[in-house]
Design a protein around this ligand. Structure first.
Ligand code: 5GP
Length: 216
């Protein structure tokens, strides 16, 4: 019998999984379900200057901060990427990502196209980007209004911004239409399964194959 470790233990590089979509396409629900089902995936919690919604918890959904604190982090280089979205600033703390990748976990990012662009520029070969589309324009509007946590001006602004965000779907590796949530979730999981098996990311595959050959 071979002494080689089971194939699922082949060491590999961590993935940076980016999910983007216009507000209201259901990306947050999709992320939450994905994280519940996939224990090797950690969510990058962004810092933001946006006011907290009633349903949100500081440190769980976002790290809420003042514009001044945000500036300080940005100037110190603490943010892996940052952008202004819907009139507020959002950014990804660098330390958390470095730490998770070093510990062999994959990191999930719920960020907009501007942030995706920046991460692709610095860490291209480890990025898998997925654009989540709503099934239709009417459904997107319906979901934004139904959320009812934002005032009318905010909803209108987000609908306007949806057009801009949608214009960037061509920058992404994959597209998933979130019509039936379970189907969308299956799609994202299939993407992750395949991307985790990419040979160039399997840093331990040489040793694994050598082990097989030596045992023959
Ligand atoms: P919301 O205010 O609805 O939570 O998020 C608004 C938009 O900001 C969403 O498209 C979300 O993906 C994006 N976003 C959240 N965190 C970040 C971040 O750290 N960086 C960037 N670039 N976008 C973010």
């Amino acid at each position: 019998m071979s002494d080689a470790p089971p194939a699922r233990h082949i060491a590999r590089r961590g993935l940076l999984v980016i999910l983007s979509s216009p507000s209201g396409a259901g990306k947050s629900t999709l992320s939450r379900l994905l994280l519940e089902r996939d224990r090797s995936l950690s969510l990058s919690i962004s810092v933001t200057t946006r006011p907290r919604r009633n349903s949100e918890v500081d440190g769980v959904h976002y790290h809420f901060c003042t514009a001044r604190d945000f500036e300080r982090m940005r100037e110190r280089g603490d943010l892996l990427e940052w952008a202004e979205v819907h009139g507020n600033r959002y950014g990804t703390p660098r330390d958390f990502v470095d730490q998770e990748l070093a510990e062999g976990r994959d990191v999930l990012f719920d960020i907009d196209w501007q942030g995706a662009d920046q991460i692709r520029t610095t860490l291209a070969s480890d990025v898998v980007s997925i654009f989540v589309l709503p099934p239709s324009g009417d459904e997107l509007r319906f979901r934004l209004v139904r959320r009812a946590e934002d005032d009318e001006a905010t909803i209108l602004r987000r609908l306007g911004n949806a057009r801009e965000e949608l214009g960037h779907y061509t920058d992404y590796d994959y597209v998933v239409v979130n019509d039936a949530l379970q189907d969308a979730l299956d799609g994202v999981e299939a993407i992750l399964t395949a991307e985790r098996l990419r040979r160039r990311r399997l840093t331990g595959v040489d040793g694994f194959v050598t082990g097989i050959v030596e045992a023959l």
